[in-house]
Design a binder for this molecule. Sequence first.
Ligand SMILES: Cc1cc2nc3c(=O)[nH]c(=O)nc-3n(C[C@H](O)[C@H](O)[C@H](O)COP(=O)(O)O)c2cc1C
Length: 186
Amino acid sequence: MKRIILAITGASGAAYGVRAAQILKASPDVETHLVVSPAARRTIAQECDIGVKEVESLADVVHHHADIGASISSGSFRVHGMVVAPCSVKTMSNIATGNSGDLISRAADVMLKERRPLVLAVRETPLHAGHLESMLKLVRLGAVIFPPVPAFYHRPGAISDIVDQSVMRMLDQIGVETDAAARWGE
Ligand SMILES: Cc1cc2nc3c(=O)[nH]c(=O)nc-3n(C[C@H](O)[C@H](O)[C@H](O)COP(=O)(O)O)c2cc1C
């Protein structure tokens, strides 16, 4: 059984988090722990046809964003990997500085200190030097910075094709295999 944390924050691209929740739900032997930030509630409403409650119903366990005593806030709770998709600059910066006052940044900090896989789908553009410095710091701490940049070699015909391909590659990073999109050479 793989225990995975999925956090959805308030950067544009809520669809990446929603799709990740759907794929994790369909993955055998995966237990998904979901945290949705308050800003993500707003972007989900703005950008998606699915409601937050329905997204939460896809997870095995839902944690309140402010519950800093949740299971996933402790390194003694065994977790296979964590994905923050999409990841706002605010949350990325909190993680980069160890500012772990909410559950998402605390759980991410735990992943780093325990040397476990952490994938941050940071979405902002353009990027200033402070953003880039935070990203470099995070990579040095062991995180994977995964901006959801579309690929075109698989000839996406719909937005969902672009989202699926990026989410598949994010989940590859934490060892959850899915065939949500075509793979080059396969
Ligand atoms: C519609 C909408 C789109 C946003 N897009 C982005 C974005 O792409 N990247 C980003 O870093 N912040 C974006 N924000 C701002 C974040 O939501 C804001 O910084 C928030 O405090 C992030 O909090 P969180 O990390 O706890 O979710 C957006 C906000 C809204 C309302």
